[in-house]
Design a protein around this ligand. Structure first.
Ligand code: SAM
Length: 277
């Protein structure tokens, strides 16, 4: 590095989640000024920049498969005084999107990072959900397989603040069914296609929303944010496994194993073996 060259800056830039008009003036200016734009998918970003009338300089890819390798290159560009911008396909980078490896490395190494904030599906959804927003947990995408998903949902069931998740059209119905099973009667709000033509917000429970989607398959189409109200009582889920095991110690092992599987997920036999050891 030439010691007379001032280090460049990396701007993390949010882009629209469906409505081009949500690209801010500052985002446009930052993208036009950047020596290099790092994009999750260069074709998508090229299209966005063209639609927004932004003349850019250089566009390179940064996705989950090259992120770690790219991070070192990014540091050398910054050392050479270049200004960089990081974008994902939609919304805020790093939020269920690439960018963490680069930002983590640059932050630890003391580089200059700046946020150009804007659209983010989880924040947009929460802001119109009607659910409490004073405390919430973002759970991202849940596992694709039902067994693993239910296990996560059992854990989420004990959150006392609102839980927010992302889901795609392919799994929304199964996910809502699993929410109905693991948190019967709990209030659920789903926000679909935010900022787009078919933006819809539905409120119900896991059980009623599954029925609603079955009755009107159009409601299954698009991108979803799923929000679940917090556990009003805290409930057994707030206790640790050890605390519940201690509380059940007077019961026969078979019965205790069944209750543990219901509360914490997993298999009755595995719980039996654990309690019996
Ligand atoms: N980084 C993005 C953000 O800031 O929201 C999220 C990217 S993640 C790969 C894509 C997921 O976000 C979708 O599957 C959906 O769950 C959610 N999402 C993105 N855009 C959305 C929209 N317009 N309406 C509802 N959910 C959306």
């Amino acid at each position: 590095m030439n010691s007379s060259t001032a280090q460049g800056q990396l701007a993390v830039v949010a882009t629209p989640i469906g409505n081009l008009a949500d690209l801010s003036e500052r985002a446009k200016q930052t993208l036009a000024d950047a020596d290099v734009i790092l994009a999750e998918d260069t074709r998508n970003t090229k299209q966005l920049l063209q639609l927004a009338g932004v003349h850019y300089q250089k566009l390179v890819s940064l996705h989950e498969h090259n992120e770690v390798e790219r991070a070192k290159q990014v540091a050398s560009w910054l050392d050479a005084g270049q200004n960089l911008a990081l974008v994902s396909d939609a919304g805020t980078p790093l939020i269920s999107d690439p960018g963490y490896a680069v930002v983590n490395l640059l932050r630890e190494a003391g580089y200059d990072l700046v946020a150009v904030p804007g659209p983010c599906a989880l924040i947009a959804a929460l802001s119109i959900s009607g659910l409490p927003t004073d405390r919430f947990t973002f759970e991202g995408f849940l596992p694709a397989k039902s067994g693993a998903r239910k296990k996560r949902l059992q854990e989420i069931a004990s959150n006392t603040g609102t839980s927010v998740m992302y889901e795609s059209t392919h799994r929304i119905e199964d996910m809502l069914a699993d929410i109905g099973e693991t948190m019967p009667g709990r209030q659920v709000v789903i926000a679909r296609e935010l900022t787009k033509k078919f933006e819809t917000v539905l409120t119900g429970t896991g059980e009623t929303l599954v029925d609603q989607l079955k009755a009107d398959p159009m409601q299954k189409k698009g991108e979803f944010v799923v929000m679940v109200a917090g556990n009003p009582e805290g409930g057994a889920g707030q206790l640790s496994e050890q605390q519940v095991i201690a509380a059940l110690s007077e019961l026969p092992t078979k019965q205790a194993a069944k209750i543990m599987a219901q509360l914490f997920g997993g298999n009755k036999r595995e719980w039996y073996a654990k309690l019996d050891s």
